[in-house]
Design a protein around this ligand. Structure first.
Ligand code: DQA
Length: 141
């Protein structure tokens, strides 16, 4: 089984950005934690991070046909991107939306998620745990 983890803009600045919201652990720490859990579960995992919307669309398109699941934190593009929604719909790969923070309890503009309608589940507010739960869901599916 092959899982692709996609992270959107500013997720490369984990540890630096708003640590009161996102914590002190870095993007490299996130990759290491997911790699460790994937190894335990016996699945192949790969990672893409980009600050550019089109790169994220490209990563979703290139996931077809070899990836069995996608875990995506589109970050700010969650709240704006029809292009990312359409890409997930186009490839038809089981996809889970994740967020480090509890977006439900944040700004009004974060209450919209375009991608959610194309995802099999959403995990939020659990930091790295949101990604781990998404991985476990895809593996047990
Ligand atoms: C985020 C929440 C988004 O609203 C925000 O723009 C991000 C990160 C999260 O992981 O909590 O960049 O997706």
């Amino acid at each position: 089984m092959k899982i692709l983890v996609i992270n959107g803009p500013n997720m490369n600045l984990l540890g630096l950005r708003e640590p009161d919201i996102y914590g002190r652990q870095t993007y490299a720490d996130l990759v290491a934690a997911l790699q460790k859990r994937a190894d335990e579960l016996g699945v192949e995992i790969s990672f893409v991070q980009s600050n550019h919307e089109g790169d994220l669309v490209d990563a979703i398109q290139q996931a077809y046909p070899e990836m069995d699941g996608i875990i995506i934190n589109p970050a700010a593009y969650t709240h704006t991107s029809v292009a990312i929604l359409d890409a997930v719909k186009a490839v038809g790969i089981p996809t889970v939306e994740v967020h480090m923070s509890d977006v439900k309890s944040r700004d009004d503009f974060r209450q919209v998620s375009y991608i959610r309608q194309a995802c099999i589940a959403t995990f939020m507010g659990k930091g790295f745990g949101s990604y781990i739960e998404a991985l476990e869901l895809l593996v047990n599916k």
